[in-house]
Write a protein that binds this ligand. Structure first.
Ligand SMILES: [Mn+2]
Length: 426
């Protein structure tokens, strides 16, 4: 299914007058406060977030999975779904593939399809947390960290294969997330597991094309519940540094213990030029994979404040690979992703409103109250008219969720694909 541009234009007609009034009012206020509104709108329009290929089917838990029907059953259809998201939001201009769930059968056809929908291939993700059908070795007790050299070699080879697949599509980064760890004390020798992981990553790194990055993701627990080999940003940074300049840490919002100061983590990694990617989601308890901004929108704003500061002040840090890494089982996945994209843009827009010069002056004066006023002044601004403007200028929908429903997208997908299709993934 492809959404026709004129359908969006027609849908927008109903709300355009209201939008113009709201935008003019806000733009006027922000301009008087010293903001360059056009520059903010164009930054929002340029900000693109990759959609992971595994987030387009209904999400699940280990207890069950409830379909919303009309799921994409192959990679072509997954890219079409991202095309739907992108045409409405103008923010989802990239896909992040998971291998082996999404190995293209026809590379040229996939590239053409993505190109026609203005979708780029972002980081490719390897999978050494599940056993594959014809594999000779099992990852039951780990992959890159495994005590068995044969298992480690199989996992290294898989990552090298993923790089080759990504290279054919125009990807420029490999994301490595390991489930490796232990469930019981004494099961693993921590030092051996870490050293094996480092050595394996170095072998993968040697196969990385020159213009590629390796992104090392961390997670404190799950699926292992006693120890995880790459459990935090310190472990990730050590491993990245052990590989070389093209290896970076990847921060996933949900991969922290409760109340971790994630904004401080991204800040220091950018200072050191080592933040390579960021995965968005939200959580109440752990790695809940909830819609971005649904639980802790202020924390997301504080993280964006540091990301914006880094983008403006840390030329030593590369452009980041942005991706949504969430999928919840009680929402239509496409509606869930639209809400996440909106929340990301909202936090970004609010962070762009922070008067950095005034904040710096207040910090030097140790005017703690003023520092808080500056941050919260930006946070309390209703920036949605700016988001609407950024979407409108690129041909997107004033309200992507309302347009998605008004255009009856899910029912069209069900008519096209049937009820019982199932997307690959967890
Ligand atoms: Mn992630």
């Amino acid at each position: 299914m492809k959404i026709q541009k004129e359908h969006i234009v027609n849908y927008n007609k109903k709300g355009i007058e209201n939008h113009n009034q709201n935008f003019d009012f806000l733009a006027n206020k922000l301009t008087n406060q010293g903001n360059d509104v056009n520059a903010i709108v164009s930054k929002l329009a340029d900000f693109q977030v990759a959609i992971p290929s595994w987030a387009l089917g209904a999400g699940g838990t280990r207890f069950g999975r409830f379909s919303f029907f009309g799921e994409p059953s192959n990679l072509e259809q997954k890219i079409e779904d991202i095309g739907v998201l992108h045409s409405l939001t103008q923010t989802a201009g990239a896909v992040s593939l998971h291998i082996p769930w999404d190995i293209p059968s026809d590379y040229n056809a996939i590239k053409e399809k993505a190109n026609a929908l203005d979708i780029k291939f972002d980081a490719v993700n390897s999978n050494t947390f599940q056993d594959q059908k014809d594999a000779s070795e099992s990852y039951k007790y780990g992959s890159l960290s495994n005590t068995s050299q044969a298992v480690r070699e199989q996992a290294i080879q898989h990552n090298l294969d993923v790089i080759k697949i990504g290279d054919k599509l125009g990807s420029k980064a490999l994301t490595v997330w390991l489930a490796d760890g232990s469930c019981f004390p004494g099961q693993n020798n921590f030092q051996t597991a870490f050293q094996n992981t480092q050595d394996s990553l170095i072998d993968i790194y040697k196969g990385l094309p020159n213009d590629w990055k390796m992104l090392v993701e961390y997670k404190p627990y799950e699926p292992n519940f006693y120890s995880t080999v790459i459990q935090d940003w310190g472990a990730s940074l050590m491993l990245a540094n052990g590989c070389g300049d093209k290896a970076y840490t990847l921060v996933d919002l949900g991969h922290h213990l409760p109340n971790s100061n994630i904004e401080q983590i991204v800040s220091i990694l950018q200072l050191k030029g080592k933040l390579g990617g960021f995965h968005f989601n939200d959580s109440k308890y752990g790695d809940d994979d909830l819609t971005v901004g649904s639980i802790k929108p202020y924390a997301l704003f504080l993280i964006f404040n540091e990301l914006v500061y880094g983008m403006q002040n840390n030329p030593q840090n590369p452009d980041l690979a942005w991706m949504i890494d969430a999928s919840h089982n009680v929402k239509d996945p496409l509606e869930d992703l639209i809400q996440s994209l909106e929340a990301i843009q909202e936090a970004y827009a609010k962070a762009l409103l922070i008067d950095q010069a005034a904040l710096k002056a207040a910090q030097i004066d140790n005017d703690v109250v003023k520092c808080q006023e500056i941050l919260q002044g930006a946070y309390r601004t209703d920036v949605r008219p700016l988001l609407e403007k950024a979407r409108l200028e690129r041909g997107g929908a004033l309200s992507p969720i309302q347009a998605y429903r008004a255009l009856d997208v899910r029912n069209s997908l069900i008519k096209e694909r049937g009820k019982n299709t199932v997307a690959t993934g967890l």
